[in-house]
Design a protein around this ligand. Structure first.
Ligand SMILES: [Zn+2]
Length: 435
């Protein structure tokens, strides 16, 4: 049976009720982290703030921000707020300088996460009786298991197929009558192309909706996916530090992603000044987790650029909506769902003789797939060496980049002094994808 909400009470509270719930939970949270997480206590002491100073969400702006670096500095478990006896799950996101960002969940956290996903699924028109194929990767990455638990919470039949092996995905989809698919949007398009190559039309499958996230995607890409698979394509948002997928998700109106505001507070700030932006203006989105026990976060800087709208949605939900993420406020690139920092590429170059630190990263979207190309200037010595030596260096570089980044890159060695120098900050990244 199709229901309209998974948790009607929570999802349709008035804005005043939402504010009250958030204020109450925020006061509890601030006490909780002050007592249990030394780095939060130190930060608050440094800022001259005591837990008692925070009386409502209006006081949130007094609290210091939390950065990814704080998690790295306390690697791996230093910011967990509970003893390990209460942590039942550990996820991690890829590290930039060798260290991962590690997230711990209590049983309560897993349950809250599953509920967020279940709400998102119902909002996307999924119900018990649907057959959901989870083609996100299972593992340390939060995509697979996150969506998996949400499907079970809702009571949909979940196929934990994980990513890859596309022909098998398609065969399973047809044989099992899959009605819901969850994966990255670029993988959805790849599946669609493979189906077309196999001579299959959208009518040959029972898919009705796809839950797509973990990488930025455009409205054009949405249109392509919807047409080629014959489905509604729904955008889901999350990041492992804050929880994983499901922090926010579109409803069938497809007009912004509803933030699960009884569990998270979202703020939009000016990246440079840290000041709050007026509603509707674009800035960096910052999250505070209200109910997480394992790794609670206060004002976590995501570096994702978005906008907020609190107007009630046509679907009936009152939770604020965040608009599609349009970019980053740092130099991180998301390529095929993987986080890539230019500094990682620079680190690889330092390790390989014959290269120089003069490089350029070019990202293109070819046939809806991200292609990463790295141009590297050779050293003068290598340039005057044999072609075979140059090819050797190129191959080693490709191998090393793949192992460090987790995705393959095209590598092109270029003559010394061919990459444009700029006077200020070098333009390392040329991102030709239109988001
Ligand atoms: Zn809605």
């Amino acid at each position: 049976m199709q229901v309209k909400y998974f948790n009607e009470y929570a999802e349709t509270m008035s804005r005043d009720e939402i504010k009250n719930v958030q204020s109450r939970k925020l006061c509890t949270l601030v006490n909780y982290v002050y007592t249990n997480v030394p780095s939060y206590r130190e930060k608050m002491q440094k800022a001259g703030i005591l837990p008692g100073d925070i009386k409502s969400v209006d006081d949130l702006k007094l609290l210091p921000f939390t950065y990814k670096q704080d998690l790295r500095d306390t690697y791996p478990f230093g910011m967990f707020a509970t003893p390990m006896e209460q942590i039942v799950r550990i996820h991690a996101s890829s590290g930039t300088t060798g260290k991962k960002t590690v997230v711990g969940y209590t049983a309560h956290d897993i349950d809250m996460w599953a509920e967020c996903i279940a709400r998102a699924l119902v909002g996307a028109g999924v119900s018990r009786g649907d057959i959901a194929q989870v083609a996100y990767g299972y593992g340390l990455f939060t995509g697979g298991l996150g969506v998996h638990y949400g499907c079970e919470k809702l009571g949909a039949s979940v196929i934990p197929i994980s990513g890859g092996n596309t022909n098998n995905q398609i065969q399973t989809m047809i044989d099992f009558g899959t009605s819901v698919i969850a994966c990255t949007p670029s993988y959805a398009l790849y599946i669609a192309e493979t189906m077309a190559e196999m001579g299959l039309s959208p009518d040959d499958n029972k898919l009705k909706v796809g839950i797509f996230g973990a990488e930025p995607w455009s409205e054009q890409m949405r249109a392509d996916i919807e047409k080629s698979l014959g489905i509604k394509a729904i955008d889901i948002y999350g990041l492992s530090e804050v929880m994983g997928p499901g922090v926010a998700c579109e409803c069938l109106e497809q007009d912004g992603m509803h933030i699960q505001e009884d569990n998270f507070i979202a703020e939009i700030i000016d990246t440079d000044t840290g000041e709050l932006m007026p509603e509707g203006e674009a800035g960096e989105i910052v999250f505070t987790t209200l109910t997480k026990e394992g790794l609670p976060l206060i004002r976590y800087r995501t570096h994702d650029i978005s906008r907020l709208e609190t107007k009630k949605c046509a679907c009936g939900r009152t939770f604020a909506r965040m608009k599609k993420v349009t970019g980053r406020s740092d130099d991180m690139l998301i390529i095929r769902g993987v986080n890539v920092f230019p500094s990682q590429i620079e680190g690889v170059l330092l390790d390989i003789a014959g290269t120089t630190p003069n490089y350029q990263i070019i990202v293109n979207r070819v046939d809806n797939r991200d292609v990463l190309e790295v141009l590297v200037e050779m050293s003068a010595a290598l340039f005057s060496d044999e072609v075979r030596r140059i090819e050797d260096v190129e191959a080693r570089l490709r191998g090393k980049l793949e192992s460090v980044l987790g995705i393959n890159a095209r590598v092109r060695m270029v003559e010394p002094k061919t990459i444009a120098r700029s006077e200020g900050k070098a333009k390392r990244v040329i991102d030709n994808r239109k988001m």
